[in-house]
Design a protein around this ligand. Structure first.
Ligand code: NAX
Ligand code: ATP
Ligand code: MG
Length: 373
């Protein structure tokens, strides 16, 4: 309830600034989502129902859009990854290319200048913006010049913000303080434009140290791995992770952060927004090669956008759209698909299975569940 009030009052404030039509559409959607004016508890609740294991395949079938020839480029999703620095170029690439392989139309990456040519060279499909700056490149600058650089970075991202259906903040971002300060401003921009975002990797390092950046923003999804989750629990709940009370602890954590959605990765993926807790335990792969979490974050962004589209589109008028929160649906769908793709890749490659092999299996796995024609 508190979440609803704070978001709705926020919406009121934003409306008074004469927002553009796309912001207005998002505001209207958010009010519908939060106030639940068209609540159809039957269809999807059945799939997600009383036990906590979600029916990921049924959700994938429901939210994956058909390939309608009347649709234009962009309608199947425009995703942006904020990440990529000197050390890490693989992570933002994995997240961004996974979004395309699942079916998004456009995938952008906002990274540092050093990382951009490398990421571009991995794929011509990605739109790469070399805009982020790390401390080393501005170490000689005065405080005023540093502020100017920061304003420029924010301006470059702001130009694009309203076009995106969802951001993925953090894969391969690194932990440079100047860069993270810019990224915290990008999160504020996203919230102002009511753009959903998935926070992963080093984005979670930032959020764990500044929880207010995401607190009570219902369109924020956090996807912590074992270490990132431990740090979040210690910081927010002031205790250690308790495996005996895993579901209750996750629910409390999400509630404490004002109803954001958390996908806790592990043997089973656990998902909560502070109310419901769902798990996805479909068999995946015993290989734990780096980068699988990056596939997941890019996938959550796409499925969240699709679930949100379904909820705000004509289907919702017919009372046949899912009643569940789009962020929860997006997490369940992404987790189910990643695990299916990982199992398929492992069947083919065994010990030599790599993240790129799993990405190659995303299309085939989704096709099995929701055929293109
Ligand atoms: N190819 C790439 O560019 C990749 C970059 N990555 C990026 O690397 C940065 C740091 O992410 P990390 O995931 O390494 O950070 P973490 O803080 O999660 O991991 C740090 C350390 O924890 C250890 N660890 C992992 N799983 C564990 C477990 N189950 N129990 C105990 N210890 C465990 C790891 O061995 C690692 O040394 C992020 O920006 C991330 O996005 C990763 O996504 C992996 C791929
Ligand atoms: N022990 C496990 N058993 C089965 N599947 C797992 C296990 N741990 C993680 N996974 C799967 O791998 C996915 C990625 O989780 P992981 O913990 O590897 O993320 P990560 O550390 O953030 O990855 P990355 O290397 O991309 O940063 C999860 O969604 C989950 O489905
Ligand atoms: Mg990770």
């Amino acid at each position: 309830m508190l979440v609803k009030h704070s978001v709705i009052s926020n919406i009121g404030r934003l409306s008074s600034l004469s927002p553009s039509s796309s912001v207005l559409r998002r505001q209207q959607f958010l009010v519908r989502t939060l106030c639940g004016s068209r609540f159809n508890p039957l269809k999807l609740i059945r799939a997600m129902s009383s036990t906590s294991e979600a029916d990921a395949e049924s959700i994938l079938r429901t939210i994956t859009p058909s390939l309608d020839p009347k649709r234009h480029k962009g309608q199947a999703g425009k995703i942006a990854v904020i990440g990529g620095c000197r050390e890490y170029t693989g992570a933002p690439y994995f997240a961004a290319i996974s979004a395309l392989k699942i079916g998004a139309d456009l995938s952008h990456v906002f990274c540092t200048k050093d990382a951009a040519p490398v990421i571009k060279s991995y794929s011509p499909e990605l739109i790469v913006h070399p805009v982020l700056e790390e401390s080393y490149s501005i170490s000689e600058f005065s405080e005023e010049d540093k502020r100017k650089v920061q304003d420029k970075v924010i301006g470059e991202v702001d130009k694009w913000m309203e076009r995106f259906d969802c951001l993925v903040i953090g894969p391969g971002l690194g932990r440079d303080p100047f860069l993270l300060e810019c990224v915290s401003k990008i999160m504020l921009l996203a919230k102002k434009s009511i753009v959903p975002f998935v926070v992963d990797g080093d984005g979670l390092f930032l959020v764990t140290n500044s929880v207010d950046l995401v607190k009570s923003y219902p369109l924020a999804v956090l996807t912590p791995n074992v270490n990132e989750y431990k740090r979040l629990v210690q910081k927010v709940l002031n205790c250690e992770v308790d495996e005996q009370k895993a579901e209750d602890q996750l629910r409390s954590l999400a509630k404490q952060i004002g109803g954001v959605t958390i996908l806790r990765k592990g043997k089973s993926d656990l998902i909560s927004n502070g109310e419901t807790v769902k798990s996805v335990s479909i068999y995946g792969s015993p290989r734990r090669c780096g980068g699988q979490g990056d596939i997941l974050s890019g996938s959550v962004a796409v499925f969240l956008s699709w679930a949100q589209q379904l909820k705000s589109g004509p289907e919702s008028q017919k009372n046949s759209s899912p009643s569940e929160n789009p962020a929860i649906l997006g997490c369940i769908a992404a987790s189910g698909l990643l695990r299916k793709a990982a199992a398929l890749a492992f069947a083919k490659h065994k010990r030599s299975t790599l993240t790129s092999d799993i990405i190659e299996c995303l299309g085939e796995s989704l096709e099995d569940i929701s055929p293109a024609s």
